[in-house]
Design a protein around this ligand. Structure first.
Ligand SMILES: *Cc1c(COP(=O)(O)O)cnc(C)c1O
Length: 378
């Protein structure tokens, strides 16, 4: 075996290529490249898909987080609570507004924000003179965060919840779709995300009319009723009409792709029977979007042995994420929970993700399962 893709975007493109070509032709014909009719249609369809009042597209998933924090009026002196075991974009936007990211540990089984660590962090942020304002739970690898506990804590402490569903869009928490959970939810259409376009793209979701109005203004230079009447200091962050056209066709097959993802994850989890390996934990009532299928080895040495064994068969695997944010150069200076974030540090030495996409053949799944089952076993 050779050249096995970690994520196969070509298989999906083959399926919808003719429809995408027609969509792109249509954009070339009408020529509304910025906020054209495809963008409006996509925003309506995304809102409907998520079961939320407003879906507002923008330039990328990082801008979506930034626009959300701007709409929540996050500023200097505010503490924004983020998991340390995540992609940098989650925390990156916080210092952009002069606020302080406060790092919280994650749960060893779900890999998502640990509510106990969060409770501790909120008190500790106050003790060092910060104003707790917002929590950014992340749906890591596609699994929704523990929204029941996080929303409870947010309500008690009067904090906003900004759900980073860049990896979890399409998942659900006890019947409620990600995108509709929290004061604002965001996603990314980066090509490798579960719902990706062919470039950069992102979106925000909210049921709050005021937040929606402000975000629509901020993404377009802070415009008022007229685009040359600037009411706020905003930015330029819009989804290209071409990308919206592509996303319309991708969204149409997304429910089918999500069920394929679920089926493949189920097969992996049934097939992998190796005492050294922990398969992804899916709590009752959670529906994952399966952005990644991530395994947990006992330690960094055994992880290398598994990744080597896969590599020998031409099977790629990737470590998401090798260094938790609080250990990284740009983020070391920010405060963190005094419990030490031991789980984030531990997971960074243990986890690795194996090839995963909706078009992964059963025979390839079985080969991957075999390699894992036959490694480090008697
Ligand atoms: C990808 C990602 C983002 C950022 O999305 P971009 O579109 O690449 O800017 C933010 N948060 C998480 C958890 C992500 O995985």
């Amino acid at each position: 075996m050779s050249d096995i893709p970690f994520i196969d975007l070509a298989a999906q493109q083959n399926r919808i290529r003719a429809k995408i070509d027609r969509r792109l032709d249509e954009v070339l014909r009408h020529g509304n490249y910025i906020l054209g009719p495809e963008v409006q249609q996509l925003e309506r369809e995304l809102a409907q898909f998520s079961g939320v009042k407003h879906a507002i597209t923008c330039g990328n998933g990082t801008d979506a987080l930034l626009l959300a924090l701007m709409a929540l009026e996050i500023r200097t002196g505010d503490a924004v609570f983020c998991p340390s075991f995540t992609f940098a974009a989650t925390a990156e936007v916080v210092p952009c507004l002069g606020a302080t990211p406060f790092f919280v540990d994650v749960d060893e089984n779900t890999f998502n924000l640990d509510p106990n660590s969060l409770r501790l962090a909120i008190g500790e942020a106050r003790a060092i003179g910060l104003r707790p304002r917002c929590i950014i739970p992340v749906d890591l690898f596609g699994l929704p965060a523990d929204y029941k506990q996080i929303l409870e804590i947010a309500e008690n402490e009067k904090l906003s919840v900004l759900a980073d569903s860049a990896q979890g869009y399409g998942g659900a928490f006890h019947g409620q779709k990600t995108g509709s959970i929290g004061d604002i939810a965001t996603t990314s259409f980066f090509p490798a995300k579960p719902l990706g376009c062919y470039g950069d793209g992102g979106a925000l979701f909210t049921n709050d009319d005021h937040i929606a109005e402000v975000v629509i203004s901020y993404r377009f230079h802070g415009k008022g009723a007229d685009k040359y009447d600037n009411e706020r200091i905003g930015m330029n962050s819009r989804l290209d009409t071409f990308q919206a056209a592509i996303l319309l066709e991708k969204l149409a097959i997304y429910p089918d792709e999500l069920s394929r993802r679920n089926k493949i994850a189920g097969r992996y989890s049934m097939g992998i029977k190796n005492d050294c390996i922990q398969t992804p934990f899916l709590p009752n009532g959670y529906k994952s979007a399966w952005a990644q299928y991530t395994l947990k080895a006992p330690d960094s040495n055994s992880r290398s042995i598994f990744m080597e064994a896969l590599k020998k068969q031409g099977i790629p695997s990737v470590i998401y994420y090798p260094v938790p944010l609080h250990k990284q150069t740009a983020y070391r200076k920010f405060p963190r929970c005094s419990d030490g974030l031991a789980t984030s540090e531990q997971l960074a030495t243990q986890v690795f993700s194996i090839p995963f996409h909706p078009y992964l053949s059963e025979s390839l799944q079985d080969s991957i399962i075999d390699v894992i089952n036959n490694t480090m076993q008697q």
